[in-house]
Design a binder for this molecule. Structure first.
Ligand code: ATP
Ligand code: MG
Length: 431
């Protein structure tokens, strides 16, 4: 006889750092989120669109901007070994969607409103609410110059918070003006920082001439101090941008959506102009941005398209899920079918299929085992009812129905009822 080979111990392969699995117990939250945002977006006339996870690297460098956190240090870029193309895992969703819209001439017949859900990738230091693969819910309006649609996406987001049961997010808005206004502001800002050079850290010094507005976003204490006396971009706005911003505020007020003006909002991508906004929560100690966006009227042209004013936002799904109550107890199943014996197994299969025909969610026990162990599985499944079939029931065309949980998903001790198998669907619906 051949000698059994002793198996070498193998180390299990683990997930990539900063990239998380969503296990079945967590997924009810994800599904609730996805169903809610999809429903609300459709209510406002938004249509779904999806772009690939991988794009040509220059797309992001050109759109997000060379001197930004994302492009400087957070992108997963690589060369396709098979053909030498320079590629990047998308670090945000807007650039790919705009690229696709230009390629498909999507706004040919007029403006479009779209939403998408998807994974994005940033090489950051993982911590709570900060991952290397995370998800965004993204909304984009192509071809609208606002400010009506600017207000609309914020009003829609306010509805999303209500639908999710979240009431502790604050809307902060700002105007970044147009290119000329920003250039004028930039000069004032550089002069201000040059007068306080000793308070700037290395990063701020490096950005002083390449991207001084990013310094406003600094988390370094001495820089925060200098920022307190920095000139305000809103003072550099000319009539048209000012009117746009005032009109947005009037529309939000008219819709009953509360907001504060925060002149420190600069956003992490270069493509933004005029309207910029964030939804921020204080629930986790320091302020955490759960959703951020703004207007990017120049991006289509920058990516080779026709001039197309646009606005959009990205919502960090993981950060929103941190704010949602646990939903794992909510029963995904109406019934769990327990059976013993050959005739009962066939009858159980037929019963389960007929209930699914009636749109009920039914799991049929698989893998054998005693009634007792099957009932344990029924309990653990979260189903509202156990449907029990032995060969006697199969012959008689009946089923024993045992209630396990109420509509709120709480365990209950209910009386078992024996009913005709043809009435089970109606019985489950009534109870
Ligand atoms: P932060 O200032 O927290 O780094 P950001 O300005 O880089 O955020 P955006 O590029 O505006 O974020 O992305 C939109 C949303 O995506 C953020 O508001 C946040 O909710 C979420 N987000 C950003 N980075 C991460 C990450 N590494 N992990 C999880 N969610 C993230
Ligand atoms: Mg960031």
């Amino acid at each position: 006889m051949e000698k059994l080979q002793t198996a070498k111990p193998v180390t299990a392969i683990q997930a990539v750092r900063g990239m998380n699995d969503v296990l079945p117990a967590d997924s009810p939250k994800w599904e609730f989120f996805e169903e809610t945002v999809t429903r609300v977006a459709r209510q406002y006339g938004y249509r779904n669109m999806r772009a690939p996870v991988v794009e040509h690297t220059p797309l992001f460098v050109r759109s997000i901007g060379e001197v930004t956190d994302i492009v400087e240090k957070e992108m997963y870029s690589f060369e396709d070994k098979l053909n030498g193309e320079k590629l990047t895992l998308r670090p945000e969703l807007t650039a790919g969607l705009v690229r696709a819209a230009v390629e498909a001439n999507l706004t040919y017949n007029g403006p479009v409103r779209i939403y998408t859900l998807g994974e994005v990738f940033r090489h950051e230091r993982p911590q709570k609410g900060r991952y290397r693969q995370f998800n965004q819910f993204d909304v984009e309006c192509f071809g609208f110059d606002g400010p009506d649609v600017d207000a609309e996406i914020m009003i829609m987001t306010a509805r999303i918070w209500r639908a999710l049961g979240i009431d502790d997010v604050r809307l902060e808005i700002n105007s970044l003006g147009n290119a000329d206004e920003r250039a004028a502001y930039r000069a004032k800002l550089i002069a201000h920082y040059e007068a306080h050079l000793d308070a700037l850290d290395d990063e701020a010094k490096r950005r002083l001439h390449s991207n001084p507005m990013r310094i406003l976003d600094s988390k370094v204490a001495s820089v925060i101090e200098v920022n307190k006396t920095a000139p305000n971009l809103l003072d550099s706005l000319e009539a048209e941008s000012r009117t746009h911003f005032e009109e947005l505020q009037r529309l939000l007020t008219g819709a009953g959506v509360a907001f504060v003006v925060n002149p420190r909002i600069v956003r992490g991508m270069d493509y933004y102009n005029r309207t910029a906004f964030e939804f921020v929560t204080e629930r986790f100690g320091s302020p955490l941005t759960v959703c951020g966006g703004g207007r990017y009227d120049g991006l289509f042209e920058q990516l080779g398209g026709k001039p197309t004013p646009a606005i959009g936002f990205g919502m960090g799904v993981e950060r929103v899920l941190m704010m949602l109550a646990d939903r794992s107890h909510l029963a995904p199943l109406d019934a769990y079918v327990v059976h013993a014996g050959d005739a009962a197994r066939t009858a159980a299969g037929r019963l389960a299929e007929s209930l699914r025909d009636s749109s009920l969610a039914v799991a049929q026990h698989a893998g054998g085992g005693s009634f007792k162990s099957q009932m344990k599985k029924a309990d653990a499944s979260g189903a509202r009812f156990a449907l029990i079939l032995g060969d006697n029931e199969a012959t008689a065309g009946t089923v024993a129905v045992k209630p396990l949980r109420n509509a709120a998903g709480e365990p209950i001790q209910g009386e078992q009822a024996i009913i005709s198998s043809s009435t089970v669907a109606a019985y489950l619906r009534q109870s």
